[in-house]
Ligand binder design. Structure first.
Ligand code: UDP
Length: 384
């Protein structure tokens, strides 16, 4: 199952590992939580994934509405496919909806990227992570802290597998396929140093005063370092509503950038300013100095490794940290254990040992395959 931008990079290595191992018949379900090309289809193409077997076509709406729609539409698909297992990745609404509906149908859930905790339950992603972990039968963790979090919440340890980071599997996959020089040229990046910014967390972009202060801090950093700022659609909407002209501040606003170009930009950056989960991880592995514009992170291992720093939302603190990092020589950062590009293989090794359930053997194929005719029928019924 995938549905939002970060899900594609987490699903692609799993899909490839299942195909390589044989004996799996993965059915790719796209919920449609992110629906425009730049946030969805471009990633499927760049990661060389096939078109989804089923597209639920949910589209925009409130979190509750999206949850309800995904649950309803996914139930029809699961009843038709009867899979042995639902694999969900990350912490978005689609992850929670797919996990909940699977559990109601007695289909076991495997959660990839389990156990991460920011300890900030005001974050929708934190609530999603906790709920999904609670109902999952197989929990695949990217780092040791995640396993400790699950143990502290009473999740039985025999359900938990420390396998490493599938997002970093995709990073390893894409690195040999991209060209730093070609991306620099395409994006109009000059020969000098530059920084990359991403912001999309509601706590940073939904309140105009907070967003205005953050952009003020970025403008100060941009005086010394040109900043490239691919805008998440949510952030673009807010900036347009506030009538902010980023060009006047030496901040280069871009539409969402495709995955290989984005990784190339990060790899060459002298500084990364972000509130993204995945970007903290990618910057850590690429050795790009990273400032996280949040008060907490569910990825503390990126801080332990030395490359990432939590700087909150106070403009003075952000600007001071940026100056300090730019003045310091670039240090070699450590890489968390098992962030080696092979996490998906380890997950598939575990999944291969799970006996098929009666749910799937009662269905159309031993591994829950979906033929095109039944897929069309499911979607027609869903639309009605
Ligand atoms: N990303 C991208 N282009 C962009 C911004 C992000 O390809 O313009 C990629 C990047 O690899 C990142 C991932 O999308 O790790 C997920 O980003 P996002 O910040 O949307 O989600 P989060 O990781 O915070 O859930």
């Amino acid at each position: 199952m995938f549905g939002a931008r970060p899900n594609f990079m987490k699903t692609a290595p799993l899909y490839r590992a299942m195909r390589a191992a044989g004996g799996f018949d993965p059915v790719l379900v796209h919920t449609g939580q992110h629906f425009d090309r730049a946030m969805s289809d471009d990633f499927i193409t760049a990661l060389e994934l096939p078109a989804p077997d089923v597209h639920l076509g949910v589209g925009p709406g409130s979190q509750a509405w999206q949850l309800a729609e995904i649950i309803k539409r996914m139930e029809a698909v699961l009843l038709e496919v009867r899979p042995d297992l639902t694999v969900v990745v990350g912490d978005v609404s689609s992850t929670l909806a797919a996990a909940l509906v699977s559990v109601t149908l007695d289909i076991p859930v495997a959660h990839v990227e389990a156990g991460l905790r920011s300890r900030d339950e005001a974050m929708p992603e934190e609530r999603n992570r906790m709920l999904v972990d609670r109902v999952s039968s197989y929990l695949f963790t990217p780092s040791a802290d995640a396993g400790e979090n699950l143990a502290a919440e009473g999740i039985p340890t025999d359900r938990v597998f420390h396998v490493g980071n599938v997002m970093i599997d995709s990073l390893h996959w894409v690195l040999p396929r991209l060209s730093l020089a070609a991306t620099r040229k395409k994006m109009g990046v000059g020969a000098g140093r530059y920084g990359v910014v991403t912001l999309h967390r509601p706590t940073n972009v939904d309140d105009p005063a907070t967003l205005g202060r953050l952009i003020g801090a970025l403008a100060e950093v941009a005086v010394r370092l040109p900043l490239f700022f691919p805008l998440h659609p949510r952030t673009r909407r807010r900036i347009d509503e506030m009538d902010i002209d980023l060009r006047r501040m030496a901040i280069r606003a871009l539409p969402p950038v495709g995955y290989p170009d984005f990784i190339a930009l990060l790899a060459g950056a002298s500084l990364v300013l972000t509130d993204s989960g995945g970007v903290q991880e990618e910057a850590t592995v690429l050795g790009a100095p990273c400032l996280t514009l949040r008060d907490n992170t569910e990825r503390p291992v990126t801080i332990l490794c030395g490359g990432n720093e939590l700087v909150g939302r106070d403009p003075e603190r952000i600007v001071a940290a940026a100056r300090r990092r730019l003045a310091a020589p670039r240090i070699a950062t450590a890489r968390p254990p098992l962030w080696d590009g092979r996490a998906a293989e380890r997950i598939v090794d575990v999944l291969a040992d799970i006996p098929p359930t009666t749910a799937s053997t009662a269905g159309s194929s031993a591994h829950g395959g979906l033929d095109r005719t039944s897929e069309t029928r499911v979607l027609e019924e869903t639309v009605r």
